[in-house]
Ligand binder design. Structure first.
Ligand code: PMP
Ligand code: GLU
Length: 394
C-alpha cells in the first residue's frame, strides 16, 4: 500500500515553479542562465508598502488574525472593488488567502464534488487543472487557437457546458498568452452564461493592472445578472510586485466565502499578519507607480515581440497585457530539426543557450513556448540574441 494518496497521484508538480527552481540550480552550479520562465515582476516592492510591514512588526501586529483576513484589509479590498471596478461588496463577501493560488485552491476544494466539471480555456495557467483534479473535479479543457486570439468563443463555451459543469474559469489578461478579453467579448460570453443559470464563473483578474495600449480592463462580475454567481479573484503579487508576501483575495457569494473560511480555519488559519498590513498599504496607498511599471513592461514587450518576429521559424502576436508572450515555434519542430515537441525545443534551448522558458504544452497548447519578459532589458537583449542563434543553428 502506498503512503501517497490517490488524489495526489492525479497531479504533477507545477511546471512553472519547476523551471524557476531549475534556473536556481543551474545558477548555483555556475551557469550563466537567463530565466524567462518565472512569472513574477523583477521590480522591488514599493517603499511605502515595506514601511507599512515594518511598522506592523514594531507595533506588535504579529499574532493570528481573523481566518480570512483582517477587517482593515477586507475594507481596503471592498474599497478597491468600488474604486477600480465599480463593484459593491460587503465585508462578508471578501476572503483573503496566502496568495491568489490559495484562494483558488480553497475555492475548488470547497465547491467540487467528484465528477463536477470545470471549463478551462486553453492556453491556461498551469495550476488550474491540477487544483481541480486534486479536489476531485474534472477539468474540461477547451482549446482556443491562435486564430481565435487564444480566447474562448461563445460558440465553444456553449458546446462545452454540460449538466455537470460547475465553474468556468476566465483569466484576463491571461497567463500564458498575455491577451485580454474586451468588454464586448465578455458580454458575448455572458449571453451564453445567462441562458444557463447554473454555471458559476471564476474570474482570475491577477494581471488587471498590467495592460497596454488602449486595452480597457473589464471583469465579468460587472455584468449585474452574473455578479451573484461570480467569484472574482485578485491579489497583490503582480500589481504591487509582492509575490513573496503571499496575499491574494476574492469577492463573491457569501456561501462560497464562508465555505472557503471553513477550509482555511482547518488549514493555514490565516495569511501572515505582517503581509496583510503591507497589503492594506498597497491597496490604499499611492497607485502611481503601477502605470510607471506598466510602461516599462510595455517597452520590454515591444522589444521582445519585435525580436521574435525577426527570427526565422518563430512568429509572435503582440498581446495587450500581463508580462508574457506566447510565440509559435511549430515551424521549427519536425524531422529537419529533430525536435519533436515544444518540450524538446525549450529543453534544447536551455541546454545549448542557457535560456529558460516554458513549453506551451504545459499550458495546454502544443507548438508554442512562454516567455516571461519580467526581467531587465539587458537580460532580454542577451536572451533574444541567444534564442536567435539557437533557432538559426537548427
Ligand atoms: N493566477 C494566475 C493566472 C497567475 O499567473 C498566478 C501567479 N502564480 C496566480 C493566479 C497566483 O498568484 P499568487 O498566488 O502569487 O497570488
Ligand atoms: N504565476 C507564475 C507563473 O506562471 C508564478 C509561478 C506559479 O505559481 O505558477 O510562472
Amino acid at each position: 500500500m502506498s503512503i501517497i494518496s490517490d488524489s495526489l497521484k492525479r497531479i504533477k508538480p507545477s511546471p512553472t515553479i519547476a523551471v524557476t527552481q531549475k534556473v536556481r540550480e543551474l545558477r548555483a552550479a555556475g551557469k550563466d542562465v537567463i530565466g524567462l520562465g518565472a512569472g513574477e515582476p523583477d521590480f522591488d516592492t514599493p517603499e511605502n508598502i515595506k514601511q507599512a510591514a515594518i511598522k506592523a512588526i514594531n507595533e506588535g501586529d504579529t499574532k493570528y488574525t481573523a481566518v480570512d483576513g483582517t477587517p482593515a484589509l477586507k475594507k481596503a479590498i471592498v474599497d478597491k472593488f468600488k474604486r477600480e471596478n465599480n463593484l459593491d461588496y460587503s465585508i462578508d463577501q471578501i476572503t483573503v488567502g496566502a496568495g491568489g493560488k490559495q484562494v483558488l485552491y480553497n475555492t475548488f476544494s470547497a465547491t467540487l464534488n467528484k465528477g463536477d466539471e470545470v471549463i478551462i480555456p486553453a492556453p491556461f495557467w498551469v495550476s488550474y487543472p491540477d487544483m481541480v483534479l486534486l479536489a476531485g473535479g474534472k477539468p474540461r479543457i477547451i482549446k482556443c487557437t491562435e486564430e481565435e486570439g487564444f480566447k474562448l468563443t461563445p460558440k465553444k463555451l456553449k458546446k462545452s457546458i454540460t449538466k455537470k459543469t460547475k465553474w468556468l474559469i476566465l483569466n484576463s489578461p491571461s497567463n500564458p498568452t498575455g491577451v485580454g478579453y474586451t468588454k464586448k467579448e465578455i458580454q458575448d460570453l455572458a449571453k451564453v452564461l445567462l441562458k444557463n443559470k447554473k454555471v458559476y464563473i471564476l474570474s482570475d483578474d491577477i494581471y488587471e493592472h498590467i495592460k497596454y495600449d488602449d486595452f480597457n480592463f473589464y471583469t465579468i462580475a460587472q455584468i449585474k445578472k452574473l455578479k451573484d454567481r461570480t467569484l472574482t479573484m485578485n491579489g497583490v503579487s503582480k500589481s504591487y510586485a509582492m509575490t513573496g508576501w503571499r496575499i491574494g483575495y476574492a469577492a463573491g457569494p457569501k456561501g462560497i466565502i464562508s465555505a472557503i473560511r471553513k477550509i482555511q480555519s482547518q488549514s493555514t488559519s490565516n495569511p501572515s499578519s505582517v503581509s496583510q498590513a503591507a497589503a492594506v498599504e498597497a491597496l490604499n496607498g499611492n497607485q502611481n507607480f503601477i502605470h510607471v511599471r506598466a510602461n516599462s513592461f510595455k517597452d520590454r514587450r515591444d522589444f521582445v515581440v519585435n525580436c521574435l518576429n525577426n527570427i526565422k521559424g518563430i512568429s509572435c502576436k503582440k498581446p495587450n497585457g500581463a508580462f508574457y508572450v506566447f510565440p509559435n515555434c511549430k515551424k521549427l519542430l519536425g524531422k529537419k530539426t529533430k525536435l519533436k515537441t515544444d518540450t524538446d525545443f525549450v529543453q534544447k534551448l536551455l541546454i545549448k543557450q542557457n535560456v529558460a522558458t516554458v513549453q506551451g504544452s504545459a499550458f495546454g497548447l502544443d507548438g508554442y513556448f512562454r516567455i516571461s519578459y519580467a526581467t531587465s532589458m539587458e537580460n532580454l537583449k542577451k536572451a533574444m540574441g541567444r534564442i536567435k542563434s539557437f533557432c538559426e543553428s537548427l
